[in-house]
Design a binder for this molecule. Structure first.
Ligand code: AMP
Length: 468
């Protein structure tokens, strides 16, 4: 299974696209730290470099210099607790008599097991267990009969799930966003070309200009000379945007659908105060993810914003630690208290989400040990009750604290004086996005796609107009 990742695609008028791709990937590092890869095309052939680790670890100057071509795509892979090996780093590449293909994927596909079984039946072999590899095979085999656009359309009809893709057919760079628009993807204009990227921060880092988001069901083909792009809206369905992109995953300085993520989080913080405000001496975020929420909350309540915790910025995400013990140690490694800001004070601690509850439980305990007189916890998302099948590593159901506990039980479990969450309507209000246009699977247990053993919230004819 592929998890939450970052993708980039660049087409330039002249010069090599590898270096700007590398910078753009740097800006998207938060979307994946397990591995990184860049594939370029110089008009004759593909060049590729990938490896495990952070962008800065995978590539050195030499590597980037040895990736010639005006066309390039890049990928960052999100860490998972499962097996890690270099073969499963993107972009995936295949070469056939229809040319060379490279594909970078963000999201998770839900029906690739069936598609893979059919390929295997016909004698195809796969080198990884990745869903993306199945998609590359599907696209390559559709290219035998169709031109690029029709082959993509057929692939989009066949493969379901969440996918924001950048792909390269020979030296043509293409962006594809699934019909539900689950994961973000945007288009930017550079001085000397165009870029497709998961988030607008990748455009900012190149001093480019955000043109717009790729629409759900849209295929964007960048001109080979970097002069522009063509748009093909192949599907027009009711979207199911992942609200968790706004709550946690995307960088706060990214703009998605004309909304600065930081502002969306502040608005959620404001609603948290409006609906569940409590007067305490200080309001403190869980850094870094709770910062914007806490600032919106404190401002709404005219309360003192003060940081009770500091983060060691050299520690990676605790979420991926494989055992509970390791996770608990990691929270301590990552966050420390500033006692003189806490002693004798009542504190409202604000985080974006509670997943397993490891972080919140530890932090409440730490604050009490530092002398807090009261610790109230406020959460900028609804309780996470179910897994994500569409691209976020969210733990399995039995690991999720809210899957079998109500809010009072969770409050007792984490040891807080009070605990409150936002609900789905608050999120919809804060994002100014109708409830029916968001994917809320992880907080409702009802998904916009068919997943075996889960409830699907959409009827077969739930889509609006069909493909044109
Ligand atoms: P937990 O300790 O398991 O309850 O995780 C909650 C913490 O992890 C919060 O501080 C969140 O900001 C962060 N978090 C939430 N979702 C994810 C995710 N998918 N990957 C990594 N960290 C996450």
């Amino acid at each position: 299974m592929e998890e939450k990742c970052g993708v980039v695609g660049i087409s330039l008028e002249e010069g090599d696209a590898a270096l700007p791709t590398y910078y753009a990937m740097y800006a998207l590092q938060h979307r994946g730290q397990e591995g990184a890869g860049i594939v370029t095309h110089d008009g004759f052939q593909q060049h590729s470099e990938k490896g495990l680790g952070l962008v800065a670890e995978v590539f050195d100057d030499d590597d980037v210099e040895h990736l010639p071509g005006r066309a390039s795509i890049g990928h960052l892979r999100y860490p998972t607790a499962g097996e890690i090996d270099e073969r499963s780093c993107h972009p995936y590449t295949v070469t056939s008599k229809r040319g060379s293909l490279a594909l970078a994927h963000n999201g998770t596909l839900v029906n690739t097991d069936e598609v893979r079984a059919e390929f295997e039946e016909r004698g195809h072999t796969f080198s990884t267990n990745s869903d993306t590899e199945v998609m590359v095979h599907e696209l390559a085999s559709n290219l035998v009969e169709d031109g690029l656009l029709d082959a993509i359309k057929r692939t989009m009809k066949r493969i379901r799930g969440a996918y924001s893709l950048t792909l390269m057919h020979d030296d043509r760079v293409v962006g594809v966003r699934d019909p539900l628009g689950v994961r973000p993807l945007c288009i930017g204009k550079l001085d000397d070309g165009y870029i497709l990227a998961s988030e607008s921060v990748a455009i900012d880092v190149l001093d480019g200009e955000l043109v717009r988001d790729v629409r759900p069901g849209e295929v964007v083909v960048l001109d080979e000379d970097g002069g522009g792009f063509e748009s093909h809206r192949l599907f027009d369905e009711v979207p199911a945007h992942c609200f968790f992109e706004y709550v946690y995953f995307s960088r706060p300085d990214s703009t998605i659908d004309d909304r600065l993520v930081y502002d969306a989080r502040r608005e959620m913080g404001r609603l948290l105060y409006e609906n569940h405000g409590v007067e305490t001496d200080i309001v403190s975020p869980v850094p870094d993810s709770g910062r914007a929420f806490a600032s919106g909350y404190a401002e709404a309540g005219d309360l003192e914003y003060s940081e009770a915790l500091m983060k060691n910025r050299y520690v990676g995400r605790t979420f991926i630690m494989p055992t509970q013990d390791a996770r608990e140690t990691a929270v301590r490694l990552k966050l420390n208290t500033m006692d003189s800001n806490i002693e004798g004070k009542s504190v409202t601690l604000i985080d974006d989400s509670i997943v397993r509850g490891t972080t919140s439980r530890q932090l409440v305990k730490l604050l009490r040990e530092s002398g807090a007189s009261e610790v109230h916890f406020r959460v900028g998302s609804p309780p996470i009750v179910a897994p994500c099948y569409l691209g976020i590593d969210m733990a399995s159901r039995d690991e999720l604290m809210a899957s079998d506990k109500d809010v009072d039980e969770i409050r007792d479990e984490i040891g807080a004086d009070s605990l409150e969450y936002l609900n789905v309507d608050d999120i919809s209000e804060a994002l100014d996005m109708p409830r029916g246009e968001m994917c809320t699977g992880c907080v409702t247990g009802s998904y916009p796609v068919d997943v075996e053993g889960e409830t699907c919230e959409r009827t077969k004819d739930g889509s609006r107009a069909g493909a044109d």
